[in-house]
Design a protein around this ligand. Structure first.
Ligand code: BJW
Ligand code: ZN
Length: 320
């Protein structure tokens, strides 16, 4: 079967999608960790799943931070470092370019890595559902201190862990984030490759709270990454803006790119878009990672977002 150059997309599928895309007015994209996988960043649950051998809920919760702030900060310090080393890939640039061509296209990103912003995605068309690694906020309930765009790496000297220095850079060849996930597991666990974060006997040294980032406003609280942990509400302003956009009219197309769509409420936006008339186009490395049932007229593009996304937008945005 003929396929589009290098992408492996059957030519007829690409043509059917491109013809539809040209007539689309209102487009919503939901993107996840797979978008940044070919930039070398690990995913959460896919082939290169960051958390396959870590207990995710033991790390990404307010309770974990309260119990072991040093451990949680090491995890996020590592993630900040990785994200700063990584470069946006062609999918980030393609999404940003499509946004410039169509002001009624919004992207809801579950990613906290800052790569879409660094690809100059128009900020008013990019909605960060799960916050960002580079906003820092106070944990004291009475203190409203936040610091945006905090790129200092490491954020405090205690989080400059020398053993993290080797094998740290995002892989240029691995498109699933698997290499990055492995090096992170090894770095966090020292000599072990499989660790149980919730196990009190794990060998990860807990840092002294006084060496972790401190709030300069209340002088009483630890600072934390401005990401959305399990059990926490998504940013209210962002959700309101997205809800208003969804309510404003029918939606022609919902792009689901590099996400397992298992985390709510983010995954719910796909169903909302469908209920507003949208056809769904999925781009995922794993052909089994379908967000619910696909209908006739939808698309599933199997492969690396960094290759597929620029290809399926090419007739509108040109070569990236
Ligand atoms: C490629 C590729 C390549 C690889 N190219 N593809 C309804 C039902 C059940 C549970 C709930 C519910 N509503 C809420 C919940 C609870 C919970 C939840 O969803 N739990 C699930 C376990 C079911 N949700 C919450 O707690 C949320 N809060 C909430 O609901 O609050 C309510 C509330 C209201 C009012 C007051 C108080 C509370 C918050 C969820 C926050 C999620 N946070 C995390 C961590 C952020 C910080 C951090 O980064 O550490 O966000 S979890 C983690 O998952 C992260 C991600 O953004 C998110 C989504 O993951 P993503 O991006 O989909 O990654 P993967 O790894 O799952 O998938 C990658 C995909 O890429 C795979 O499919 C690969 O195949 C593919 N891939 N390489 C293309 N090259
Ligand atoms: Zn404070």
């Amino acid at each position: 079967m003929p396929s589009a150059e290098n992408s492996g997309i059957p030519a007829a599928e690409l043509q059917r999608f491109t013809a539809y895309l040209r007539g689309c007015k209102r487009i919503l994209a939901l993107v996840g960790a797979g978008l940044s996988a070919s930039s070398g960043l690990p995913t959460f649950r896919g082939a290169g799943g960051l958390w396959r051998s870590l207990d995710a809920t033991a790390l990404a919760t307010p309770e974990a931070f309260e119990r072991t702030p040093g451990l949680v900060w090491q995890f996020y310090s590592y993630r900040r470092h990785m994200a700063l080393q990584a470069e946006p890939n062609k999918a980030h640039y393609a999404l940003a370019e499509l946004a410039r061509k169509n002001e009624d296209f919004i992207t809801l990103s579950q990613n906290v890595d800052g790569l879409s912003q660094r690809a100059n995605h128009p900020s008013e068309q990019l909605h960060l559902l799960h916050g960002t690694l580079f906003d820092i906020k106070c944990t004291n309930f009475y203190c409203d201190y936040t610091r945006e765009n905090e790129f200092t790496d490491p954020i405090v000297p205690a989080l400059d862990i020398p053993k993290l220095d080797s094998g740290l850079n995002p892989s240029a060849v691995d498109k699933t984030g698997e290499e990055a996930a492995k090096s992170m597991r090894e770095a966090l666990s020292g000599t072990q490759t499989e660790i149980d974060i919730s196990d009190a006997n794990n060998q990860i040294p807990e840092l002294d709270a006084k060496d972790l980032p401190q709030c300069p406003k209340c002088n009483d609280g630890l600072l934390r990454p401005g990401v959305v942990w399990f059990g926490e509400a998504l940013p209210e302003k962002t959700m309101n803006t997205v809800d208003e956009w969804i309510a404003a009219g029918t939606i022609d197309l919902c792009l689901v790119i590099g996400t397992s769509a298992r985390i709510w409420p983010a995954a719910g936006y796909i169903h909302e878009a469908r209920s507003k008339g949208a056809r769904i186009a999925v781009c995922n490395m794993d052909p089994k990672d379908t967000p619910g049932e696909l209908h006739k007229g939808d698309w599933f593009f199997t492969g690396d977002a960094g290759v597929i996304v620029p290809e399926i937008f090419k007739s509108i945005i040109g070569e990236i």
